[in-house]
Design a protein around this ligand. Structure first.
Ligand code: PZK
Length: 319
């Protein structure tokens, strides 16, 4: 009896490989959020960040040029910086990314996502401030009395929430999060990893003149059952970044990226209910500059380096 060895994975391709143009429009859309889309690449996913911006939970009809590329570049940077803390879902910002999406998209691994949002707060603000004022606690964690709005907490706290399909995520305590995940030991690891990620990023940001007030992670399990951080990480859309300059306890802080839009919106007469209005050109330009500034401060290189590295179309390629 002869036995045959059949190689299913030859070390070299039998024919020269060629670039296959994949159009975004031809990919199956797996999920879409207010400002991003997730496409199915069969064994992987393509996460695409748009230039859309939301304020007061409403998406404006006016895009902010390059916002999606800035957020994707920041996410890529943080994935690289934090891979020693926890594995992440990033595969590539180039291989498998369609030309039209270069710079604004990442090819990522498919995960089994945990059914909770992993929020970490280093400062008391937003819904955390609201809950603290009402109850003295956030997500079941009792906080010191007498905290003032935007004050730094004695240590970062893990304040999970549920993933709401529509409307706002609901704050839950650790025990409820453990129930939803179905494994208390796993949830303890998720909490500790989330706090480590926040602490690392907050220290990095603070050295560059930016306060990372809070952030939200989404973790999942890979095919080997290993914990992996997915989604976008430590972007201005998943985090509150405040400029150190002008930081003042006792009041709400201006957002690093969206404050021009919020200030303009507040003075525009808009009732802050959908539909959101068009944003004037000068406000768009100022906001784009803030996003690019955030990238350059945090990553420490020109934003153009990201565009070059990913083969993103530049103005000179416009047709
Ligand atoms: C996944 N979302 C949220 C919704 C988005 C993102 N690596 C992964 N594996 C499986 N599922 C997801 C991920 C990630 N990340 C993430 N929904 C599913 C979401 C809409 C648009 F870009």
């Amino acid at each position: 009896m002869r036995s045959w060895t059949v190689s299913t994975r030859s070390p070299e391709p039998l024919v020269a490989s060629r670039k296959v143009t994949v159009a975004l429009a031809d990919l199956p859309l797996l999920a879409s959020g207010k400002v991003r889309e997730l496409y199915d690449l069969s064994d992987r996913l393509l996460m695409v960040a748009s230039d859309r911006i939301s304020t007061y939970d409403a998406v404006h009809p006016t895009p902010i040029p390059d916002k999606g590329k800035v957020l994707t570049g920041l996410s890529d940077f943080w994935f690289e910086q934090t891979k020693g803390i926890v594995a992440n879902h990033l595969i590539s910002a180039t291989d498998g990314v369609p030309q039209e999406a270069r710079g604004r998209a990442l090819v990522v691994r498919k995960l089994k996502m945990l059914p909770v949002e992993c929020v970490v707060r280093g400062y008391i603000t937003g819904s955390g401030w609201k809950d603290y004022r009402a109850t003295g606690a956030v997500s079941g964690i009792e906080l010191p009395k007498g905290l003032r709005e935007s004050e730094q907490l004695p240590e970062p706290i893990f304040t999970p929430s549920t993933k709401a399909e529509v409307g706002h995520d609901e704050a839950i305590d650790f025990e409820r999060a453990a129930e939803l995940v179905g494994d208390r030991g796993l949830m303890e690891r998720v909490r500790d990893i989330s706090i480590d990620l926040y602490s690392f990023a907050a220290a990095h940001a603070r050295e560059r003149g930016v306060i990372l007030a809070d952030t939200k992670f989404e973790l999942g399990l890979d095919e080997d059952g290993e914990l992996v951080v997915g989604d976008e990480v430590l972007t201005p859309d998943s985090s509150r970044y405040w400029p150190v300059e002008g930081y003042e306890v006792g009041k709400g802080q201006p957002s690093f990226d969206k404050q021009y839009v919020r200030d303009w919106a507040s003075s525009s007469g808009w009732d802050k209910k959908p539909p959101a209005p068009e944003i004037p050109g000068d406000v768009v330009a100022g906001t784009r500059a803030r996003y690019v500034e955030a990238y350059e401060l945090i990553v420490g290189e020109p934003f153009d380096a990201w565009l070059q590295r990913t083969g993103a179309a530049t103005d000179s390629q416009a047709s």
